[in-house]
Write a protein that binds this ligand. Structure first.
Ligand code: GDP
Ligand code: MN
Length: 402
């Protein structure tokens, strides 16, 4: 789960990382008022969206007076900011953050990420801050400093000092740099983050180390033990299909194809998407409904998948291990009887009691297209989507047909 810059800064400040004074605003007038409260004579107005690259996209504006703040805000509120990280639809701007502008001498890149292969926290830093890390690694790879932390030991001060030396931080600022690194690391570790990025971290003209930007991403599976973090969730920044799924405990990623997928197990869901592509179709989504595959979950999954207007066929692929196919088949029949859908539905069942399951589907009277193997299912789904269905008349489950 992502959070906003101003939220990440507040969290990092709580761990001893220095950030500029700032204030949040929900309207242009409020932004001007908050700037006056902050004092000073130059401010940075920053669109709060869950994406980087705002500076280049016009989401970060330097302002010298009230009028400029109001003008900058009017260009932001209610607009969608499109950056290289948002995709063409952009992200809605509903909050801005106002900060006193800080003159600085140097920009540094600082990132903490979870390195799954080494099972460690990887610290990535560069003396070339301000650019995105992808650009830095393409253009100035030699400037990148890497250091990995064994979580059982934690980040030690000597290791933080080594990073400061490698970045050529002036000796008088080493202690501030160590404090910054330790603070970011502890925030990452204590709050189950998967990413902390400060870009740029600057050395100000009056010799302080300050985080001018901050991004944090949290492990969704650990949110249950961090209530204050889960409360920071901002649904306005999420794909509405994905927020709906998250609210229902389903693991859903929206895609751009036409074949909706309802699958139990993440690995099987990936394999299902691959097989659909192999058969010449395009999946509309990734959806792992979890191990249970109860009628309620299947019904929720159908409602979610069908809420995507691009869906023109649905492939249900259930592997019953602990589960039983007959029981899942009952679930599918119940779900489709209660909530009829108006596109072809292909169901492939495998595992325990598969014959009993297929019998239930066949005897249900619902025009479900049953499949045996995964490839068979994908081919039938693609054929149904194309309106072919192997020469047979295409069966649709019409709304209200039951
Ligand atoms: P991003 O483009 O989404 O990563 O947004 P940033 O918060 O990093 O802002 C983009 C750029 O604006 C930064 O790289 C800085 O160069 C500049 N910037 C941000 N805050 C300040 C500030 O307080 N003072 C000055 N002079 N520049 C700033
Ligand atoms: Mn930045």
């Amino acid at each position: 789960m992502d959070i906003h810059e101003y939220q990440a800064k507040e969290i990092l400040a709580g761990f001893g990382v220095a950030v500029p004074p700032g204030a949040l605003a929900y309207s242009p007038e409020q932004a001007a008022y908050r700037a006056r409260e902050l004092g000073g004579d130059r401010w940075i107005v920053k669109a709060q969206v869950h994406a980087g690259g705002r500076g280049k996209a016009g989401g970060v504006k330097l302002c010298n007076n009230d009028q400029e703040i109001v003008d900058a805000c009017e260009g932001m509120f209610g607009q969608r900011l499109v950056t290289h990280q948002t995709g063409p639809e952009g992200k809605g701007i509903y909050r801005v953050y106002v900060e006193g502008a800080v003159p600085f001498e140097r920009e540094i890149y600082l990132g903490f990420v979870l390195d799954r292969s080494s099972q460690r926290v990887m610290i990535v830093a560069s003396s070339e801050g301000g650019m995105e890390i992808e650009e830095i690694s393409a253009e100035k790879p030699d400037s990148i400093v890497r250091s990995s932390v064994e979580p059982a030991v934690g980040l030690r001060e000597f290791q933080a000092r080594e990073i400061a030396f490698a970045l050529k931080i002036p000796p008088a600022l080493t202690q501030q740099m160590v404090r910054t690194l330790m603070g970011c690391y502890r925030a990452f570790r204590d709050l189950d983050a998967t990413m902390v990025e400060v870009n740029p971290l600057v050395i100000t003209s009056d010799n302080r180390i300050l985080a001018l930007d901050a991004k944090m991403t949290f492990d969704g599976n650990a949110l249950f033990r961090h209530q204050q973090i889960s409360e920071l969730r901002d649904k306005s920044q999420e794909d509405p299909r994905e927020s709906r799924a998250a609210d229902r405990g389903l693991n859903y990623i929206g895609l751009t194809g036409n074949i909706g997928c309802i699958v139990n197990g993440a690995g099987l869901a990936m394999a299902t998407m691959d097989t659909i592509k192999l058969a010449g179709g395009e999946p509309a989504n990734f959806l792992d409904i979890g191990g249970g595959a109860t009628p309620e979950r299947v019904a929720k999954a159908f409602r979610l998948v069908m809420s995507d207007k691009n869906v023109e066929a649905v492939l249900v692929n259930i592997f019953a291990g602990i589960n039983r196919c007959d029981w899942v088949a009952e679930g599918v029949v119940q779900a489709l009887t209660a909530n009829p859908v108006d596109v072809p539905v292909v169901v492939r069942l495998a595992g325990t009691n598969v014959e009993a399951g297929l019998k239930i589907l066949n005897e249900s009277g619902l025009p479900i297209i049953a499949a045996t193997s995964l490839m068979d299912a994908a081919e039938k789904a693609v054929a149904a989507w194309r309106g072919e269905n192997g020469g047979d008349k295409v069966h649709y489950i019409k709304a209200g047909a039951n």
